[in-house]
Design a protein around this ligand. Structure first.
Ligand code: HPA
Length: 282
């Protein structure tokens, strides 16, 4: 058997979802990736239809505790949304192409705009646990890219421009939603260990405001496919060395749960504004 290309894998998944969800897929306006502790938002979706990742051909299934794994399609404030509740990470051993297959599938189905959420450690002096940071840019320090390999034109240009990975329009819409949002640069690392204090000092020197283990692969893949992308970090802790206490995964998940209501309100308002503002030609 010859090896399937990424385009073939994505198209197979898209065909399956089209058959399973019918006309619902044609009215999707926003794709949402819900990070650690942020899955509760999926319960806000009205007229929900859930499809476990495990049922979608070719979609990898997350193993990490607290990450579940299902696609929830429905509406929020009257706007069609597709929530990826749970995501797979490079640190589980997945390849970059696996990590982005679900968002590529949604983009292939015609979803114009995406909001990538994550839990992150705060590096900038003015960030505290519980804050929300809207991404203005990122540092991909994972050492990988979903675009490595033979060029597949359906997934974007060979050498995609990355001047504006995070859409200024979506950032403005988010800023107008009323939540306290700090703009900042997200450093995406491989994990799964948290950073050493020396690494955090290095990241600060490189211009990072927050650090996490996700988001950059999805943002690169979606940008290459011409999607409108926004990124939102929930600062669950101060990064190692900035915080006087060692980091604990349980605390990261608990902080995510605590801030979930602020995030839910923000995303609901974003949907409302997307519904009023109309779609772009992304
Ligand atoms: N570092 C990396 N990833 C994270 C952190 C952190 O401090 N907090 C939540 N995710």
């Amino acid at each position: 058997m010859t090896h399937a290309t990424e385009t073939e894998l994505v198209d197979r998944a898209a065909t399956f979802l089209h058959e399973r969800l019918g006309a619902r897929v044609t009215s999707l306006r926003l794709g949402l990736v819900l990070g650690s502790g942020l899955k509760d938002f999926a319960q806000r979706v009205e007229q929900p239809v859930a499809v476990p990742f495990a049922e979608v051909p070719g979609w990898p299934v997350p193993h990490v505790e607290g990450h579940g794994g299902e696609l929830v399609v429905g509406t929020v404030a009257g706007v069609g949304v597709a929530c990826l509740s749970g995501r797979v990470h490079l640190y589980e051993g997945w390849r970059p192409a696996d990590v982005v297959r679900a968002v590529r599938t949604l983009r292939r189905l015609g979803v114009p705009s995406f909001l990538l959420t994550n839990a992150a450690g705060g590096i900038a002096d003015d960030l505290s646990a519980g804050d929300l940071m809207v991404l203005t840019d990122h540092l991909n320090l994972t050492g990988g890219s979903p675009l490595i390999g033979p060029h597949e034109a359906a997934l974007g240009p060979r050498f995609p421009d990355q001047t504006r990975v995070y859409s200024p329009r979506l950032r403005q819409l988010l800023a107008a939603c009323g939540a306290r949002l700090r703009p900042g640069i997200y450093a995406g690392l491989l994990g799964p260990s948290y950073e050493t204090p020396a690494e955090v000092r290095m990241l600060k020197g490189l211009g990072a405001d927050a650090v996490g283990m996700s988001t950059v692969q999805e943002a690169m893949a979606l940008n290459a496919m011409g999607a409108e992308v926004a990124g939102l970090s929930l600062i669950t802790n101060l990064a190692a060395g900035i915080s006087p206490t060692p980091l604990a995964h349980d605390e990261v998940v608990a902080a995510g749960k605590q801030a979930a209501s602020a995030l839910t309100a923000l995303v609901t308002e974003l949907c409302r504004r997307l519904g009023v503002g109309g779609r772009t030609g992304a």
